[in-house]
Design a protein around this ligand. Sequence first.
Ligand code: NAG
Ligand code: NAG
Ligand code: NAG
Length: 764
Amino acid sequence: MEGRSLLTRITSFLSNLLSSDKDILLPRSAHHKPRLRLQALLSHCSFRRVILWGAASILLLCLALAPSGIRMPRERRLDQVDFQQDGNDAGGDNVDGNTADEGVVFVVSPGREKGDGAVWGENVPGWLRFRHLDGFYLGLKALVPVSEYRPEHPSPAGEEWPFPLTVSYTGLPTPIPFIPQPNYDSAEYTAQYHEVEPCYLDKDNKVPIPDLYAYDGLVQGQPEPLIGSHKLLGLRDDVCFDRFGRYGPYGLGYSFEEGGVEVGLDTERAGSEAVWAKTGKINYTRIDWGDAQARCYKANKKRFLDADDQGDPSKKHEERSFQETERQKIPRTAVVVRAYTGFRWTQHALLNFRAMISELALRSGGEYTVHFLLHVRDNSEAIWADPATAQRILDDNVPAEFHSLCTLWSEEQMRLVYPTQFGLSFTNPSGGDIHGVYRSAHMPLQYFAMTHPEYTYFWNWELDMRWLGNYYELFDRLGKWGKEQSRVEAWERSAKYYIPRYHGEWDNFTALVHNETQASGRPAILGPVYFPGRTALRSELRGESFLPPSCTSGSDMSRCGVGEDADLIVLNPLFDAEESGWIFAGDVTGYDVNLPIPPRRCAIVTASRLSRRLLAVMHEENWRLQHTMFSEMFPATMALHHGLKAVYAPHPVYIDREWDLDAVDRSFNGGRDHSSGGPGSPFDLRNEHNHKGTTWYYHSEFAGLLWRRWLGYAQYDGRGPNGGRSGEGTLRGGKEEEERPESTGRLCLRSMLYHPIKFEHPDE
Ligand SMILES: *[C@@H]1O[C@H](CO)[C@@H](O)[C@H](O)[C@H]1NC(C)=O
Ligand SMILES: *[C@@H]1O[C@H](CO)[C@@H](O)[C@H](O)[C@H]1NC(C)=O
Ligand SMILES: *[C@@H]1O[C@H](CO)[C@@H](O)[C@H](O)[C@H]1NC(C)=O
């Protein structure tokens, strides 16, 4: 294993050196520097954190595994799909994927044995004993109408396991445009809002923004998400996306000469041409995304609230009553992608951010604006004194097409903006600097918000996250869902993972959390939290509150907060850090260390939407009240202390193995009072390994595996000794396997978030 991966690394390093001239779209550093830069790995914050936590959890896992003496036959797994020919010769060339394959029947019958045949010792973490699921890796040829779809796991309560099932294949299905934006031309829309001017990629307004494509139906047997739900959040769960439908409109699957990115040509691609039938292959050479965004906003300016409408409620009310019959204006949202010098850009990363800008900013007529907040790690660079220096840093570190979206910042600048002497920390496990991005990643975002009054909401996003689906659908539905949530017991619901097949509908979950809250003997949180040593914000001193009118006493409290946009939307539970075993739970700075540590909430993974007013609170706490906390804990805790509206949005998260549902609940909601916080938390260093097989956690192994299989590259299936870990097992998937006549073809998955994606192409 080790020998092999070293060899792969050397080969890919050499081939990179040889092929680098071709990566014309990437910044200089991506061409000339070696692929694996140890210094970069160790000095960048999130890598360092991943390594620190990762090393610790691997150590723990090794300790757990060591005494058990696992024996495991290393045999190749049988294909999960049996191929049958119904009398005809179904073999031959399936590259065009139609007539030759007619009359083929696939029998979908995922394996049923436990534990992949491994012999387990006593101390193995429970989840490693669950069988790996196979249904993720079935392809487009097994697409069925939603009414016929049966997930491999979990089987609906009270239903027999329905497999094997047969799927008749008579040619590749045709993808259809997937449009989650409102119908801007409809009478309904224009009665309520201002008209939307279409936007274009080019200055001459000739190239419209393409739509991505989806397939109507689902791949038979594909597992369902165990955590979270499409339906609850208003995400479509009856379509799936393949790589060409998702990325083909942005350059996947065609050459540099044709204006594409030249990746995807090395994968199975039968029938992929369908996604260019309407628009042709779009020429992305020398596109300027910042310019396209600016033109789009300008054409649509009248649709939006402007900077003067922010933060002055009295003015807003006046205007509203005055303009009773006027159409509504929409608040603007910035998507702030946290970039850094030294990041190695790839063609796949280009595709991801082209998709994000197209879907969120351009196809929406300017509702969102994507920014890159570029961390310049060398504090001695004269990035403000000299435009040529700033340009050199951009040339070296960011693809040219994104230059005009970048805002540069440095830690030295944060010391200037927040000259605060912060005082003592309860603990500082990382030993990091208080102004450093590792402990205070929110500082540059706060400053960005203060200097961009035109935005009401800010999505904090990272380079190694992917959304398989349309970004507009994700961000729009999360925002709408957050707005609908009641504030009553919102903190308690948000502290718990929602497992639909275990908890039932959202109403059942709400009722359950209500019971658990009552049983806990702790009052539910509503409004600001008081604790010894608490200091007031200026607005609090003026007697103002962050609670909306729907929460004033005398109103129907069940409606408290309904219709109020959330100040904080996070993508993992908001857990109580106290006694949770989370490493950084005590990294709280500037409070009186002789008093008890203040109450805290935290959400792992910093992807989140923050309101301007929450960022203003954090800003004031930093500069005026001299308080701060570790990055993942600060926004949630500020919302807790000051009574802002915070929610965890239970987005669909998949797990790679056939977990028993009560084991999912026990492991992920094993904290105090059946939540994810306090003692027994899944974020305890000793429990975090449970997330390895999920699609969304900072050290998930399954996220990368599934994502790269979906992109069409062979991956080690992680099945083998030690219960199967990243990089172990048998190489599965990829071009050769997907092109075999007996294969069901390339993957088509329902929308989902992936994190972390540290590499995509096998050469990286
Ligand atoms: C794509 O655009 C570039 C820059 O405008 C141009 O040089 C090139 O010829 C175009 N390629 C095609 C295939 O149209
Ligand atoms: C959910 O609540 C409904 C209505 O109260 C009830 O009929 C149903 O049995 C509950 N489902 C579960 C799984 O508890
Ligand atoms: C909540 O508690 C009540 C009373 O004990 C019980 O009848 C009900 O079934 C419980 N509901 C849930 C969802 O646990």
